[in-house]
Write a protein that binds this ligand. Sequence first.
Ligand code: SF4
Ligand code: FES
Length: 263
Amino acid sequence: MKTKTIKLHVWRQSGPNDAGRFETYTAENVTEHMSFLEMLDDLNEKLIADGKDPIAFDHDCREGICGMCSMVINGYAHGPDERTTTCQIHMRHVFDRGWDEVWIEPWRATSFPIRKDLIVDRTALDKIIQAGGYISIRTGSARDANEAPIPKPIADRAFDAATCIGCGACVAACPNASASLFTAAKVGHLALLPQGQAERMSRVKSMVATMDELGFGGCTNHGECEKACPKGISIDFIASMNRDLLKSLVVDRGDAEAPDEGA
Ligand code: SF4
Ligand code: FES
């Protein structure tokens, strides 16, 4: 079993108003089988034993589902491996890259104020959801799947959008700190399904307006969001969102009807 000593430069910041700075630590006896977060747990145990403040970082499921483990690792949101969250990184991946030194930072975006060290406040993403990421019609109890047939390509596309875990890596990776990929995923999965049609036009307008109000930047097609997204959500959803947004403006003027489902 390979073990290594890794030098860590970790962003430490006591709260939103602290200027923050990098502090350097040495993680000893790091094994290839440890996860990246276990390596930080181990370091934290040593810091606590030495009477020092442990590094604050977000995590929950540790299996790529919850979207909590937000950190920028050597300049990459969630690290450099594609379709991988921070909690899914193992130290063997770090060893394979030949990294003896790792820089760890929080998501950097005005709309994500830093709470402490590597923890950011992602309430802004919740507010975008509250602006329209729901359906208000009564859907009753669960129906048989074949009662509302949905063509497989549309069901697959809706599922792809629904895999967004709300981690915010797309915002952290974007030079404009845009939340377009997140918003487009949430708009997209409802826009593709019959249940989402009733509010399709008002939803897109409200969610995009809220995204803008909360200080996220606009999309200028850099594509960094798609690259950083641990769920591989395509920027095609941003194009679909923009198309619906334009349609919603036309519907508002009374020049057109709302689009058919799946259109
Ligand atoms: S679109 Fe991808 S990167 Fe953005 S919040 Fe969703 S899962 Fe995370
Ligand atoms: S801790 Fe849940 S996705 Fe990483």
